[in-house]
Design a protein around this ligand. Structure first.
Ligand code: SAH
Ligand code: SF4
Length: 363
């Protein structure tokens, strides 16, 4: 699971086998969902024996699954040393979207995000990232052996900042797009980022999957507060880099900007106006995400009316504006609610707890 096609080709070369074996193995593992070398009937008995000695096919361990009343399913997955991550499957008519995690926790620490509040433990490996898709596809039963594919879309919007875990995420996306693996189209694999400019530039040379930018504010002052990485990569630089990314995708691609709506924080019509001005020359869609609450957050979700008027304002300015429907919040599976279990190695969680304690004592 931890090897892409190129790595596998290298392995087969090293044991004196032909490189095309890599293709066969990728098909068995990722297209058919097989985890037993003995079932790989187009490999010689000798090679199967060698593989059994050298390798194992192992997805991360599912601790439990939960189904929401709206059909959303969440898996909690162990990645060792007590770290748990979460992934979410969102069925919607003929579509089934898997929301995949890239890190245990997240170092960016956006003020509105439950994942960020957990601190950060480590990057996920390629096996742990692609393993999520493998587990979710296999949950549909043996339809895979017949070549059926069930998951139609993947969004890198689970726990973590995917561009902080660059190489494994890029390799995982390669497998998602590979016809011999998951065969998803580049428009149906979406990477969502808080806006790491150098990594977006690097990504533009390697892939052309769909890119979604978590903007959340139309000016640097407010964005610095909500998405701290903005202090390093301000909006102007971010938009320039995103434009460059879109230009290298040689099709008529539009970027999606995500804008979380938090009551009285970033949901005024004045800010909607600023947003409309900011993006006026950018071929884009705007996706509004009403804030999803979690236990230790002081933010609130705006009323339906406030969400609607923000949307209408932007629509009148000519934008395509969607409101993301909240799915799976009864099982804490909605955007920004994924917490897993993070052995925080940054000390952030402890520092925050201490601060809270001092505040309470002084009151
Ligand atoms: N780190 C990446 C991808 C994971 S977050 C990113 O930030 O883009 C996926 C999406 O969920 C982002 O748009 C993020 O802003 C949003 N999100 C985070 N916390 C949220 C919350 N409490 N309510 C609603 N959406 C949230
Ligand atoms: Fe990290 Fe994204 Fe959450 Fe921000 S919104 S803390 S970047 S996971």
């Amino acid at each position: 699971m931890g090897l892409n096609k190129k790595d596998l080709a290298g392995y087969f070369r090293s044991i004196g086998e032909k490189e095309y074996r890599a293709n066969q193995i990728v098909k068995w593992i990722h297209q058919r969902g097989v985890s037993d070398f003995n079932s790989m009937t187009d490999l010689s008995l000798g090679l199967r024996k060698r593989l059994l000695e050298d390798c194992e096919i192992k997805a991360p361990e599912v601790i439990y699954e939960r189904d929401s009343k709206d059909g959303t399913r969440k898996w909690v997955v162990s990645v060792g040393e007590g770290d748990l991550i979460e992934m979410v499957l969102i069925p919607e008519g003929k579509r089934a979207t898997l929301c995949v995690s890239s890190q245990v926790g997240c170092a960016i620490d956006c003020s509105f995000c439950a994942t960020g509040k957990q601190g950060f433990s480590r990057n996920l490996t390629l096996a742990e990232i692609i393993g999520q898709l493998w587990i979710a596809e296999n949950s549909f039963g043996n339809s895979r052996e017949k070549g059926e594919r069930n998951i139609t879309n993947v969004v890198m919007m689970g726990m973590g900042e995917p561009l902080h875990n660059f190489d494994p995420v890029v390799k995982a996306m390669e497998l998602m797009l590979d016809d011999n693996a998951y065969g998803l189209s580049k428009r149906k694999v979406t990477l969502s980022t808080s806006g790491l400019v150098p990594q977006i530039d690097k990504l533009s040379k390697l892939t052309d999957v769909s890119l979604t930018i978590s903007l959340h504010a139309p000016n640097d002052k407010l964005r610095n507060e909500l998405v701290p990485v903005n202090k390093k990569y301000p909006i102007k630089d971010l938009l320039k880099s995103v434009k460059n990314y879109v230009d290298q995708c040689n099709d008529s691609r539009v970027t999606t900007f995500e804008y979380i709506l938090i009551d009285r924080v970033n949901d005024s019509l004045e800010l909607a106006g600023e947003l409309a001005d900011l993006l006026q020359d950018f071929p884009c869609k705007i996706n509004l995400i009403p804030f999803n609450s979690f236990s230790d957050s002081t933010y609130k979700r705006p009323s339906g009316n406030r969400v609607k008027r923000f949307q209408e304002f932007l629509k009148l300015k000519g934008y395509v504006v969607t409101i993301r429907s909240t799915r799976g919040d009864d099982i804490m599976a909605a955007c920004g609610q994924l917490v897993g279990k993070v052995n925080d190695r940054t000390g952030r969680k402890e520092r925050k707890k201490k601060k809270e304690l001092i505040k309470t004592k002084s009151i």
